[in-house]
Structures are given as structure tokens and as C-alpha cells.
Design a protein around this ligand. Structure first.
Ligand code: C2E
Ligand code: CA
Ligand code: CA
Ligand code: CA
Length: 274
């Protein structure tokens, strides 16, 4: 297996590839992990670029596997998507954020919580109903949430998903386009969908401001979003010169290791709570 810098991950991937014939088995491993409490959530702050104050947080799922150690989402989300376990996993994430939101509010952390959704989770109205049942069970209002979805879910011909997204939006959940710029390059959907936020992928931020070409692209994306009055989050910001560039171009929101890594809720409360 190739060295990803996290030995356990590549080992696990290789092993999973060997088992590729058996999605049922993988599904079972994830379902068992959910039952055994092996999954948990880290929260990464999105901060205001001017002063580093907290704007919102993104929930990022992790798997503490009893044999393979800590698994990042890229090691199991694609498998969960194929096996169908993503539905239960997604419901776990939503349930856990509902448990955590009162703790955040108690510490005076008021921003929205962003939850990632893959297209495999948006299959029908029943799935959406389940999410609102989870929120209702915990008495958490939908306006506590942003749902992050990718561009591929917004293809204009996908009428059904469009209807589902509209119904979610009408309940008060904000929609963000994740990894913006990396997907299908038609931006016409921005006119047809109730999108409140664009999250510009790390690949557009990495070599800014040194790389002229990339800097021009990033600047264009920022200006387009501002013209459409959509919030912009620059993802994967690691360097102070990136922060300075984004500040200069009035990109107000930053998510990246420069300000904060994903962290457990206790650390979040400790650092940003009052
Ligand atoms: P994403 O939604 O684009 O999440 C941001 C990822 O970028 C996170 O990786 C985060 O740790 C990483 N990141 C943030 N700032 C920096 C930075 O400055 N430098 C670098 N190198 N990385 C940074 P993570 O937690 O490994 O998540 C990877 C992906 O897994 C996510 O990408 C998302 O697509 C998916 N994912 C995570 N949680 C869930 C979930 O609950 N449901 C679904 N469907 N997907 C999830
Ligand atoms: Ca995301
Ligand atoms: Ca992203
Ligand atoms: Ca990404």
C-alpha cells in the first residue's frame, strides 16, 4: 500500500480492497461500529478572517476502529456510500450534533453547525423526514444547521433532489456548496437553488498568492459569490499570507489549520466558549 503518512489508513484501504466483493461485510462493520460507539465527531471552526472570531463549525466524522485505530472519513465514507451504510452514519452524525448543540449554546457559541451530506443520502422524502424527526426528537430547530452538499447534487435536471433541497431550505436549514469549483463547472444552478454559502476548495487556495493563475481563479470565485450575495468560505487555509490575501479581497470567512484544526467539542467549548 502506498504511504499516505498514516500507515493505518493505507493498510485498511488495502484490506478493504481485498474484501471489495463483500459490501455486506463492510456495511456490517460500519453498522457494528455505530452500535459499539466507535464513531465520533470533531468540530472545525469557520472563523471571521479579520479577527479570528468564531462564525460557525463543521461537523467531521471519525471512526475509532478497535483494530485499525483512528480512521479519517476518506477511509470509510466512500465505502459507506456504496454499501448504503451512509444513511445510518448520516443519521448518527445528525443525532450527535443535536446532542452537542445545547452544549455549544450553553457555552455561548451561537453559530450554525454544518453537516456534510453525500448525494447517496438524498434519495427520497423519507430520508429527509427522518432528519426532521431526529431534530424534533431533540427539540433542535432547523435554523441551527447548514447542510453541506457538493455541486454534483445540483445538476439542474435532478428535479427530485431540487425539490428535496427546497423543502429543507424552507424549514430553515442553510445550504452550502462544498468543494466549490471542483465539480461540474456549470454555475447556472446558483440561480435555481437556494444556496447561502460557497465553500471554496483547498485546491484553489493552496498556492495563493504565489501562483498567479490560481490567484486569479480564486479572486474571480470570490467576486462572483459576492456579486450573487452568497457567503464565501475559503477552505484549507494554512499560511498567514493566504489569510492576508483573503482579507484584502474581502473573503470574510476562513476554515483551515492556520486558525484551528478539527477538535472535540470539549476543546471547542474550552477555546471559544464563555
Ligand atoms: P470536507 O467537507 O471538504 O471537509 C474539510 C476537510 O479538510 C476535513 O478533512 C478537514 O480536516 C480538512 N481541512 C480543513 N482545513 C485544512 C487545512 O488547513 N489543511 C488541510 N490539509 N486540511 C484541512 P476530513 O475531516 O478528513 O474530512 C474529509 C472529507 O470527508 C470531508 O471533506 C467530507 O467530504 C467527508 N466527510 C467528513 N465528515 C462527513 C460526514 O459526516 N458525512 C459525509 N457524507 N461526509 C463527511
Ligand atoms: Ca464539508
Ligand atoms: Ca470542502
Ligand atoms: Ca474537500
Amino acid at each position: 500500500a502506498k504511504n499516505t503518512g498514516r500507515g493505518t489508513t493505507s493498510f485498511f484501504n488495502a484490506e478493504l480492497r481485498e474484501q471489495a466483493a463483500s459490501h455486506i461485510e463492510l456495511h456490517h462493520a460500519i453498522m457494528l461500529g455505530l452500535k459499539n460507539g466507535e464513531f465520533f465527531i470533531d468540530y472545525q471552526p469557520v472563523v471571521n478572517s479579520k479577527d479570528g472570531s468564531l462564525h460557525s463549525v463543521e461537523a467531521l466524522v471519525r471512526w475509532q476502529h478497535p483494530q485499525h485505530g483512528l480512521m479519517p472519513p476518506k477511509a470509510f465514507i466512500p465505502i459507506a456510500e456504496k454499501s448504503g451504510a451512509i444513511r445510518e452514519l448520516g443519521n448518527f452524525v445528525l443525532n450527535q450534533t443535536c446532542l452537542d448543540i445545547p452544549k455549544l449554546r450553553k457555552a455561548n457559541i451561537m453559530g450554525r453547525v454544518a453537516v456534510n451530506f453525500s448525494s447517496h443520502q438524498f434519495y427520497d422524502q423519507m430520508a429527509v423526514d427522518t432528519w426532521f424527526e431526529i431534530l424534533a426528537k431533540h427539540e433542535i430547530s432547523p435554523d441551527n444547521f447548514t447542510f453541506e452538499i457538493t455541486e454534483s447534487m445540483l445538476l439542474p435536471d435532478r428535479e427530485r433532489q431540487r425539490d428535496l433541497l427546497l423543502s429543507i431550505h424552507h424549514k430553515g436549514i442553510q445550504l452550502a456548496i462544498d468543494d466549490f469549483g471542483t465539480g461540474y463547472s456549470s454555475t447556472s444552478y446558483l440561480q435555481h437553488f437556494p444556496v447561502s454559502m460557497l465553500k471554496i476548495d483547498k485546491s484553489f487556495v493552496d498556492r495563493v498568492p504565489e501562483d498567479k493563475h490560481q490567484t486569479a481563479l480564486l479572486t474571480a470565485l470570490i467576486h462572483m459569490a459576492r456579486a450573487l450575495e452568497i457567503d464565501v468560505v475559503a477552505e484549507g487555509v494554512e499560511q498567514v499570507n493566504q489569510v492576508e490575501f483573503l482579507n484584502k479581497h474581502c473573503a470574510d470567512l476562513i476554515q483551515g489549520f492556520y486558525f484551528a484544526r478539527p477538535m472535540p467539542i470539549a476543546a471547542l467549548v474550552e477555546r471559544y466558549g464563555q
